[in-house]
Write a new protein. Structure first.
Length: 99
């Protein structure tokens, strides 16, 4: 299952020329944060739907460098670290557009 997810993610990402926030969200975030980011990831995260772009980027950068997060931040660190700056911006804009 995990392998399939990874393969699907790679296929989804590599089929894109430019960062596509919706595709990044679907491939890398949807499984935990849910449809339109309306779910508490693993029942632990805050609900990030409606967060503005800057707040999401700040959180992701904080997970990367360890300056942000709660008990489950270890889950987000590798995910945030795997995003390029463009992916991060694109996916943040996508999440910010969810209401
Ligand atoms: C494996 C499940 C999982 C995936 C996949 C995942 N997240 Fe998370 N996310 C979490 C958990 C758990 C937390 C809460 C971490 C903590 O304790 O700080 C979280 C927290 C966050 C937060 C901050 C919310 C808070 O509670 O402070 C943001 C923003 C976020 N994730 C964005 C993303 C983005 C963007 C992606 C895709 C690139 C993503 N996440 C993928 C599980 C996941």
């Amino acid at each position: 299952m995990k392998k399939i997810c990874i393969l699907l993610s790679i296929a989804a990402i590599s089929s894109l020329m430019a960062a596509d926030g919706a595709a990044v969200y679907k491939a890398k975030c949807f499984s935990c944060h849910g449809d339109k980011a309306a779910k508490a990831a693993l029942n632990k995260s805050q609900i990030i739907a409606g967060w503005d772009e800057a707040k999401i980027i700040a959180a992701l950068n904080g997970y990367k460098d360890g300056s942000y997060g709660s008990a489950m931040k270890g889950v987000m660190k590798p995910i945030a670290s795997g995003l390029s700056a463009e992916d991060e911006k694109a996916v943040a804009a996508t999440i910010a557009s969810f209401k």
